[in-house]
Design a protein around this ligand. Structure first.
Ligand SMILES: [Zn+2]
Length: 343
């Protein structure tokens, strides 16, 4: 694959704190020779792990973007050992537009990996991460929410990777976020995900779904920022004492999984969605989880979405207005003791 056209003033081998931009060449109608600017900072201080910390993979997911912008200003060289590369807003055009997909090429960055150096702007960004930054990292952290589309109970999450040593380290990293739930998820909507590419390169990947919808509440910002700092302490990058759930007076993190297609329920028709159960609640098989109303035919009874099994409602649709095929509910289940033993 040819070399990335992205340029940066950051010298990844230099010690100390550097601020810079990733400059991505592109054209639009008012500028044939334009360079999209993606803010980046690096802090390096001697021996230690390299952490690649990112958010804004989807533009409309802001708590992680804000948490990383804070860290970029707050972290000082003498507080860390190793190297941290911070990119708070991977998909800058989407973040500006409050959209999931890039408004420039209509692409979902999280479906563009491994990327293409001569592809569209979003594919070029993915390729740079794949070829220039993932290889430098020991830990790859990618902070998400459900965006406007999905409202999650805030949780850390991960793929159940095959390599048991990688799996154990990823699970320990997820636990360091100190969320109520840690969630094993499946890729039910396509391929080309950032974490899959990083996992394939053997990286310890730590990801989150920190709520969603248009609103970010103060507790979610606080969890996003405190969890992130604790993860950086856990991996040995940031000085300080690692906090545990027990030390915070909280019950242990509950491991849940939604690894079957059946755990993801989609809208059978377009309509207006009413959630009947809050996220984070235990539900039983047959329990109504939501009602899909039909605004063009209010005389029709709403379609009731029922739990197919016992479980925990980890996420439901964000906006009420729903198109046929949109995800309505993700129903998770406690992780089996056999799988837990591998953590
Ligand atoms: Zn996302």
């Amino acid at each position: 694959m040819s070399k990335s056209p992205i340029q940066t003033g950051i010298d990844y081998h230099q010690q100390g704190k550097q601020w810079g931009m990733l400059s991505v060449p592109y054209s639009y109608n008012l500028s044939g020779w334009s360079k999209l600017q993606i803010p980046i900072a690096q802090i390096a201080n001697g021996d230690g792990p390299t952490v690649l910390l990112m958010a804004g993979n989807h533009g409309d997911e802001y708590p992680g973007q804000i948490a990383i912008m804070r860290l970029m200003r707050e972290l000082q060289v003498d507080q860390i050992r190793g190297r941290i590369i911070m990119i708070p807003i991977l998909n800058v055009p989407a973040s500006r537009a409050s959209t999931r997909l890039s408004p420039i090429d209509g692409k979902n960055l999280n479906r563009c990996f491994p990327g293409n150096p001569i592809g569209t702007i979003t594919e070029v960004i993915a390729h740079y991460l794949t070829t220039e930054l993932f290889p430098k990292a020991d830990y790859v952290i990618d902070l998400h929410t459900g965006g406007r589309g999905i409202y999650f109970y805030p949780c850390a999450h991960m793929h159940l990777v095959d390599d048991l040593e990688q799996r154990r380290k990823m699970a320990q990293g997820a636990l360091a976020y100190n969320t109520d739930f840690a969630f094993l998820y499946a890729d039910i909507a396509g391929t080309g995900l950032l974490p899959v590419e990083a996992e394939g390169q053997g990286k310890i990947v730590i990801t989150t779904e920190l709520s969603g919808g248009e609103v970010t509440t103060q507790p979610v910002h606080q969890l996003t920022q405190a969890g992130l700092r604790n993860v950086l302490i856990h991996v040995g990058l940031l000085e300080g004492e690692e906090q545990t759930r027990e030390g915070l007076g909280l019950p242990p993190t509950r491991w849940i999984e939604a690894l079957s297609d059946k755990d993801y329920l989609f809208a059978p028709e377009s309509g207006m969605y009413e959630s009947l159960v809050d996220v984070g609640q235990d539900v039983s098989a047959g329990q109504p989880l939501g009602a899909l109303h039909f605004p063009e035919r209010p005389d029709r009874e709403p379609a009731i979405v029922e739990a197919h099994a016992d479980g925990i409602l980890i996420a439901h649709r964000g906006p009420a207005i729903t198109a046929q095929g949109d995800l309505l509910v993700c129903l998770a289940h406690d992780v089996s003791p056999e799988v837990l033993k591998t953590f």
